[in-house]
Write a protein that binds this ligand. Structure first.
Ligand SMILES: [Zn+2]
Length: 598
């Protein structure tokens, strides 16, 4: 697209701006100018014949993954380049947060083709002016056209080209699907003559969920949620609108407000996909959808519940990239990783993973099973409900209503010759007894328990009613865990805190004096939270001979804990403190997830 290349985007000028911003050196600039045509040829071949004339030096720089000369190790990305231009133009630069955009504002003023041709993305109305993001703010003709159409003064700000292009496509695509569906819907029953067939099709009060526009709109919702790494999508009926919200890094964001008429159609589409009973609207239902996302398959758990203004849907996205990870990447310290690997490599016995809800137990279990799986072993899981389907496992869901419980399934599957058994959770004596039985008959059993730390888990088993001698002979070891948020790498900053101050908060460290820590200042990439992604902190307790000897019905928790520490147990909070000192997380996070521990 030649139109967006104003005289600003000549190779000479690009170099001048980037050298001025200290992103590249003068020598690098000369080198770039020498290599430009050669690299452009390579890129255009890779992109399948796109003419190298359409590429600018910016594309070349991005392709080469150049490091910033002022901050070696950091790559020059598109944002940095356009930020440098914005500074040269004395204009505001903005990384657009798509969650803050209003569908109506973006798509309401100009057409998609106009927006794409001139790379103009209307963001919002601010103090009577329409704020428009663009990588090229000097297309004055086009800006004038926008002012005429919108009857508003335009204030242009700078954003990267690929962001603007991507968001134009996304928002207009979605808007098109929504309005087309709405249009079709509002015509329903108006012109009976021509639309008789259509009307009979929609005699039920829904637009057919197979309607292509609704299909597109729902597809868009999914791909958008994958893009944003959302963990849940909520589709909520309100009095006049249908609200779509997404949970990202633990927080709900409102993403769309759709016309209320479309609510039923969207719900029907999702119910069809998840195999739910379309006619049933008054009782809660559960279903699941399997969906491709890049090379992986994502599983989405759907639940419906009737609320005042209709059916509310919650979709939980079970991302295999999260549930099935490389064990080594979960956050174990190298020492703990070795200990844990040993525990699950034993041919039989019980390994328990403990922690509160949402502490990442499922990820640990699934990732362990995946590591253990091979054609030579039979892995069977008993779950409530099955969180994630994996072809190599035999997975069974418990159904208490028909007496299919953890305990009863466990007794029966021993006849199915499993090698490794995963039991979703040990809640009662029956399950605990069956797990012990399985372990004693030569099976490796992985399961979870609701306890706060590793040592007290031994006591929980005794409390459930398992006699000490059976605990001795069946338990291999225990993992206690929590999830902490990781500091956002884009806005991490160092600061100092006094060791005594940390100790006062309950975080005792060996150092004295000033300690260097990190925290996230907050930026667009982390939605101003200062955090991005999560990692585990662990406590790994191999159940040693000495600990076995101490296990009895009148055992002393503190004595056993003391012994475990002597044998090398690094406790949860201590593991967290290590992560804090490594600059991976904050002291607030450690306190938040270990407040219930000593
Ligand atoms: Zn950040």
């Amino acid at each position: 697209m030649q139109t967006q290349h104003s005289s600003w985007f000549t190779s000479q000028n690009i170099c001048k701006v980037l050298v001025g911003a200290k992103l590249i050196s003068k020598d690098q600039a000369l080198d770039l100018l020498r290599r430009e045509s050669q690299v452009s040829e390579i890129i255009s071949k890779k992109q399948g014949g796109k003419s190298s004339k359409d590429l600018s030096l910016i594309d070349v720089i991005l392709y080469l993954n150049l490091e910033r000369q002022d901050q070696p190790g950091k790559i020059i990305d598109e944002d940095l380049i356009y930020k440098a231009f914005a500074a040269a133009w004395k204009l505001e630069y903005k990384k657009i947060d798509p969650l803050k955009l209003e569908l109506k504002t973006v798509t309401g003023t100009i057409s998609k083709s106009f927006a794409l041709k001139h790379l103009l993305l209307p963001l919002q109305v601010e103090e009577g002016k329409l704020v428009v993001a663009t990588p090229n703010p000097f297309n004055l003709e086009a800006v004038k056209d926008v002012e005429m159409v919108s009857k508003l003064k335009v204030r242009t700000i700078v954003s990267s080209k690929s962001d603007v292009e991507k968001l134009i496509r996304e928002f207009f695509g979605f808007q098109y699907s929504i309005s087309a569906a709405e249009d079709l819907f509002s015509r329903k029953g108006v012109d009976l003559g021509n639309l008789e067939k259509f009307v009979s099709l929609t005699a039920v009060d829904d637009l057919p969920s197979t309607d292509q526009h609704i299909v597109n709109a729902v597809n868009h919702l999914f791909s958008y949620s994958f893009d944003q790494k959302a963990s849940d999508i909520h589709v909520e009926p309100k009095r006049d609108i249908c609200l779509v919200r997404m949970r990202i890094d633990g927080v709900l964001h409102t993403v769309y407000k759709l016309p209320k008429q479309l609510h039923n159609a969207v719900v029907s589409r999702i119910k069809t996909l998840s195999g739910l009973d379309m006619a049933e609207k008054r009782r809660p239902q559960d279903g699941r959808i399997k969906m491709g996302k890049g090379d992986t398959e994502v599983e989405i758990r759907v639940s419906t519940i009737p609320v005042a203004f209709g059916e509310k849907l919650v979709l939980r996205i079970m991302d295999p990239d999260i549930l099935f990870q490389d064990l080594e990447m979960l956050g174990f310290s190298p020492d703990d990783f070795k200990k844990y690997k040993r525990l699950i490599s034993l041919p039989f016995g019980i390994v328990l993973v403990t922690g509160p809800t949402g502490s990442g137990k499922s990820t640990t279990l699934y990732s362990s099973l995946r590591m253990l799986s091979s054609p030579e072993v039979n892995i069977t899981t008993i779950e409530d409900p099955i969180e994630m389907i994996h072809e190599e496992f035999n997975q069974i869901a418990v159904q208490p209503a028909i007496s299919v419980t953890f305990g009863s399934v466990l007794r029966n599957i021993l006849r199915q010759d499993p090698d490794i058994i995963m039991v979703g959770e040990i809640r009662d004596l029956e399950t605990a007894q069956s797990a012990v039985q399985a372990a004693l008959t030569g099976h490796l059993v992985l399961s979870t328990l609701h306890t706060n730390d590793a040592v007290s888990t031994v006591f929980r088993l005794l409390d459930l009613g398992i006699p000490p001698y059976l605990v001795h002979s069946s338990l291999n070891g225990i993992v206690a865990q929590r999830l902490v948020r990781k500091i956002c790498p884009y806005c991490a900053q160092s600061f100092e805190m006094d060791a005594r101050e940390l100790a006062g908060l309950g975080l005792k460290i060996e150092q004295t004096g000033a300690v260097e820590l990190k925290h996230g200042k907050g930026c667009v990439k982390c939605r101003q939270t200062g955090y991005m992604g999560r990692t585990g902190i662990y406590e790994i307790l191999p159940y040693s001979e000495a600990l076995k000897r101490m296990t009895s019905n009148d055992a002393d928790l503190e004595a056993m804990r003391g012994k475990a520490v002597k044998e090398g147990l690094v406790m949860l909070r201590q593991n967290g403190i290590r992560k804090m000192l490594e600059g991976k997380t904050t002291y607030q996070e450690i306190l938040r997830v270990t407040w219930d521990l000593i």
